[in-house]
Design a protein around this ligand. Sequence first.
Ligand SMILES: [Zn+2]
Length: 266
Amino acid sequence: MAGFYILIFILGISFGSFLNALEWRLNKGMSLVKGNSKCPKCNRQIKWYDNIPLVSFFVLKSKCRTCKENISWQYPIVEFWMGIVFLFVSYYHGIYENVLFGNADMLPFIDYIIFIKDLVVVWVLTFIFVYDLKYMEVSDLVTLGGAAIVFIISLVTGGDWFSLLLGAVIGASFFLIQFVISKGRWVGGGDIRIGLLMGAILGWKLLLLALWVAYVIGAIIGVALLVLRKKKMKSPVPFGVFLTFATFIVMFWGQKILDWYVNIIS
Ligand SMILES: [Zn+2]
């Protein structure tokens, strides 16, 4: 059992490492597949043994081996997070019990594909979160590509395609309308694509909940930053950070939150 979870964790941190590399290349407009990893400062090619997820950062004491330039904490944090979150998704789907050793009630094949879809979703959400936080930008490739992949897998695995499609339309329209009215001052074009992606992940009902959660978290953090005088009233906010975080929460606990709410009002 420990061995299984260690493997999942290693898979997670590897995808975290891939995420970091892709963000860098996408932002610099570099080829996404060609070429080896290089130090951004001294341009020296990074050897495989200095490129081991999570481990190398600490072995190198967060500095490039050649030029001693600091390596960003983004690298180990994102890698560790992806490792933990891959473990969580495996646990959530009962993959250890049902897939490998649950002879009695094996999950049907479809459930494995849904498990993989959820791994893709958490990777895409993390990608958008980090990219928006760091560059205040949203990648079309990842949002639209992610939405297409998630929607197609949901179609194949018997998801409620109408709810997902309606969610995508509502999610995109919600931001498009604000974008048009404010001439792009309230929300960015990237938010329209994130809204579309959120609908394709959650379906229309949970999408509405996720938007509400995002605005509540955004308001709390916004007020906190104002009080701490970190931001002025007009400072631009990377809203994709709140949207992706809310999507993650609602994806796994949304139904519970709705049930809880219905219990309270009835
Ligand atoms: Zn260097």
